[in-house]
Design a protein around this ligand. Sequence first.
Ligand code: ADP
Ligand code: MG
Length: 229
Amino acid sequence: MSLRKPPLPRLLLDNVSCIRNAQQILRHVNASIHDGGALVLTGTNGSGKSTFLRMLAGFSKPSAGRILWNGHNVTKSGVFSQYKLQLNWLSLKDAINDRFTVLDNVVWFETLEGKEGKSLPALQLMGLGRLAKEKSRMLSMGQRKRLQLARLLAIDRPIWLLDEPSVALDDDGVRLLEYIIAEHRKRGGIVIVATHLPIQIEDAMVLRLPPRFPRKMTYIDMLDRGELM
Ligand SMILES: Nc1ncnc2c1ncn2[C@@H]1O[C@H](COP(=O)(O)OP(=O)(O)O)[C@@H](O)[C@H]1O
Ligand SMILES: [Mg+2]
């Protein structure tokens, strides 16, 4: 019999709740995520997916419960300064400077990280290699999303927090997203994704957030009843 203790989860959500604008958005969420693990947050618009992710990124604090990284509470400032260096954040605000070239918009982030050499290969993998020298303002929505995915690869931090990463991507783009998530997890990385669209992620824990308000009559109901024909 082995006396070794099971390893601590890298991330542990212990009874976490979150209040925003005086309203309870998340209630008593528990999850443990080990290296290579994936958590998918689903739910209708407004159910709290982005709020959840923003809390994990440290933009807001839990109103109750704890978020533990390697067993330490991330809201403690000494811990947070280390924890935040583990995070790669992708959201609908793409932080792309339209006057920079496509390549410089990735290199800039890589340089801040004290790294070099991965930006162009990352753009090539995302199908943007031929646009690397173009100004970013000419990118389509889907291409901007691919640029953000290239940043994830160039920066290469262990915990990915992805808010609606597949929005605006075409079918090939979604397959690329699924591929880089799988590869990241094979290397022990963690992926937490908020999405209302299906993304294939093997063996992911799925947390479906309930709608926040009782559903009232909407155009959808009227369409369903044939009243808008
Ligand atoms: N900046 C904000 N201040 C206050 N309430 C907000 C803010 N952003 C979002 N909310 C509210 O929090 C709830 C959850 O929003 P959000 O987490 O963005 O949902 P989702 O990502 O699931 O669509 C919504 O009711 C929304 O109106
Ligand atoms: Mg959202």
